[in-house]
Write a protein that binds this ligand. Structure first.
Ligand SMILES: [Zn+2]
Length: 113
């Protein structure tokens, strides 16, 4: 998963920005976010958007070692603040026969059987 690091202040963003909100620089370097992140906060949606089959849909904010944060689907049966997750590329939903792909974050712990 790629991120965008501000060339001036070094802040890392998971979504490309035109201007760094921290220092107003317009220069960014593409960086690798790494294979592991931790869960900062999450929410569970029982009423899910059209085309999403998972119920509940768990969404959260994760933080990478480089300080970058990302928002996305959390794949786990037992979400908890601080658990380790790994970014994976997956189909997020299907609408009108079209698949939408994006990053989701998979629980790194062994799921209880
Ligand atoms: Zn900056």
């Amino acid at each position: 998963m790629e991120g965008y690091k501000c060339a001036k202040c070094g802040r890392v963003y998971s979504i490309k920005k035109a201007i760094c909100p921290e220092c107003t620089s317009r220069e960014f370097i593409t960086v690798d976010m790494g294979e592991e992140c931790i869960l900062l906060t999450y929410t569970e949606l029982w009423v899910t958007p059209t085309g999403v089959s998972e119920k509940p849909l768990r969404l959260g904010i994760v933080e990478f070692p480089n300080g970058g944060r990302a928002f996305g689907q959390i794949i786990t049966e037992s979400p908890a603040i601080g658990i380790k997750l790994r970014p994976i590329w997956k189909q997020l939903k299907e609408e009108d026969g079209k698949a939408l792909w994006g990053f989701a974050f998979q629980d790194q712990r062994k799921e209880p059987k």
